[in-house]
Write a protein that binds this ligand. Structure first.
Ligand code: HEM
Length: 566
């Protein structure tokens, strides 16, 4: 038997029905419905245009999201496999998010050469706590202003003055590698440490002489921060800040960022004090001795593909390609010094922004070069006949001397340069470049219009392996970068450093540094790899790497004296 108990006071019953919670739920349902209708209508344009873009089939609501679950390597392999059926443009859905991949150089040109499509995709926000509004993620007026300020600090004339530091650090890494001789080891650790050390000295002016424990801690923290960022890109459940902040990685990130930002602030503080007391020279270890600038010999650097020496496709000019004379005496300053001087003169950039820019350079300059050099050494280890030719070239330049490399020597490393470019073709350290579209983009290769609101991606890895552009694209062939072959290719068919207004500002720096480090290693060792390229387990979190590490062996080698000239 059950009894229904009537409320003693009917007024109380009405009050319960109209309680704030009930009103909230009562209004929530129609509000959600209205929002959903608005959301659907606002996406009509995108959905309509997306229908015309080819892509693999997906599931309702989830789209292709399930294909991005698995180990980093299996996801990479899966994506490459699925992409084989599409040679111009591919669409995927990750839930409600539309992502469009470009692989045709004409479309890539349209996107990268534009001054309109310069906004980075939302995933770059993971970098925010570290890099703030640095060059990599900023946009609009701020980005333009800072890019204009920073590009001249990477001018070749400035970079030439770093050669001694590149040599010194290369010598140190060779010394350290000697203890690995004969053993199989992961060369990435060595390349990583060496590049951070070089950046500390060249970008921030923290010299080894004045460096204390904080310099070492900083280098370690930069490397570990990169690991956390990679991990966050790999694990989708860590995408929302809410979940990430609850994870152990967030706590670790806070500690690492404390180490990193403390040193950046300290260096900026010291340099500013030195500026104020007029003792800048002693602290700014990287200041430039203009008298040391060498002019290249007239027969060098005049080919139609001269840009190659510095990682650019033929005929592609950007804001790093100003004439030597365009960079006046005042601009011949190292990175941090120039930024501080600009701030001193009341310009454009606050202390916080300077910190963001220095942190950005440290991040961008580190992992990319470490991956590029490790892939290069792996390639040398696998392709012995190609390594023979590089070694021959180096012996022709240096003979049995162990003198440091000069800028002039780096220009003569033509074959090594081709091997480096071929490495960047097959294993571009930045395997995709992503933008957020704020306006529709009509493609050049077809009638397709990519709608605003989509994330648009240049699939560099795939672009660099198109059979229509590179015959035998999966074969390591440095002759792909012979001047005549390069001249006959679309100049947006090779974009390891991106291109156009948002191209890599450190391109020339990277090429010069890599030539010095890699030539120094190959003047001292022969590289051997027991693994073949088919064994590589590639993973592309942010930077392309090998899941199994970059395993190589080194054997000390005897340099040959220069052959007597006839
Ligand atoms: C092999 C080495 C390198 C490769 C392959 C590489 C590649 C790239 C690519 C593809 C971009 C465009 C990224 C995007 O749009 O999402 C980029 C941007 C950038 N890179 Fe590099 N990079 C390398 C080395 C360096 C070095 C050594 C530095 C500094 C010392 C540097 C500093 C930067 C900066 C500041 C940007 C942002 C530029 C802007 O948005 O205006 N990079 N890099």
């Amino acid at each position: 038997m059950s009894a229904t108990v009537a409320p003693a006071d009917p007024l109380m019953a009405n009050a319960n029905i109209a309680s704030p919670m009930n009103v909230f739920y009562f209004l929530l349902a129609p509000a959600l419905l209205l929002w959903f209708i608005y959301w659907r209508i606002s996406r009509q344009h995108m959905l309509k245009l997306a229908e015309k873009i080819p892509g693999p089939p997906g599931l309702p609501l989830l789209g292709n999201a399930l294909e991005l679950i698995g180990t980093s390597h299996s996801v990479f392999r899966n994506v490459i496999e699925k992409g084989k059926d599409f040679n111009q443009v591919i669409k995927i859905w990750i839930g409600p998010k539309l992502i469009v991949f470009l692989v045709d150089p004409r479309d890539v040109e349209l996107l990268l050469s534009s001054h309109v499509y310069i906004d980075k995709s939302p995933e770059y926000r993971f970098f925010k706590p570290w890099l703030g509004n640095g060059l990599l993620i900023s946009t609009g007026h701020k980005w333009r202003q800072h890019r204009k300020l920073i590009a001249p600090t990477f001018h070749l004339n400035v970079l030439k003055s770093f050669i001694d530091l590149f040599n010194e650090n290369s010598r140190l890494v060779v010394e350290k590698m000697h203890k690995e001789a004969g053993k199989t080891f992961d060369c990435h650790d060595y390349m990583s440490e060496c590049t951070v050390e070089i950046l500390l000295e060249t970008a921030m002016g923290v010299s080894k002489k004045t460096q204390d424990q904080s310099g070492f801690d900083y280098a370690m923290a930069v490397m570990k921060m990169c690991d956390i960022l990679h991990l966050r890109h790999r694990k989708m459940w860590l995408y929302p800040d809410l979940f990430f902040n609850m994870s152990q990685y967030a706590k670790r990130q806070v500690k690492l960022l404390d180490t990193i930002h403390s040193l950046t602030r300290k260096v900026i503080r010291n340099k500013k004090a030195a500026f104020a007391t007029g003792t800048r020279g002693s602290l700014a270890e990287t200041s430039i001795k203009t008298a040391e600038f060498e002019k290249p010999k007239s027969n060098i650097n005049t080919s139609t593909v001269e840009g190659l020496s510095f990682g650019q496709s033929a005929n592609l000019k950007d804001d790093l390609d100003v004439d030597e004379n365009d960079v006046g005496e005042k601009k011949r300053l190292a990175f941090l010094d120039l930024l501080l001087e600009s701030a001193e003169n009341g310009a454009l950039i606050s202390d916080e922004e300077i910190k963001n820019q220095v942190d950005t350079i440290m991040f961008e300059g580190h992992d990319t070069t470490a991956a590029g050099s490790s892939f290069f050494l792996s390639m040398m280890g696998i392709h012995q006949h190609i390594q023979d030719k590089v070694i021959q070239e180096l012996d022709d330049i240096f003979g049995d001397s162990d003198r440091p490399a000069t800028f002039q020597d780096t220009l003569e490393m033509k074959y090594l340069e081709r091997c480096l470019m071929e490495t960047l073709r097959m294993y571009p350290p930045v395997p995709i470049i992503a933008r957020s579209l704020k306006q529709d983009l009509k493609l050049a290769s077809s009638d397709i219009v990519v709608p605003s609101g989509a994330t648009i991606v240049v699939a560099t890895y795939k672009l660099h392996r198109l059979e229509t552009i590179y015959p035998n694209p999966n074969v390591f062939d440095p002759d792909n970068f012979l001047p005549e072959r390069q001249a006959n290719r679309h100049y947006y068919a090779f974009v390891p450093f991106s291109a156009g207004p948002r191209s890599c500002v450190g391109r020339k720096y990277a090429m010069l540094k890599l030539k010095v480090i890699l030539s120094t290693i190959l003047r001292n060792f022969r590289v051997i790899s027991d693994l073949k390229e088919e064994d590589f387990k590639l993973q592309a979190d942010i930077i392309l790497k090998r899941e199994e590490g970059f395993q190589i062996r080194l054997e000390p080698r005897q340099r040959k004296p220069k052959a007597a000239k006839a």
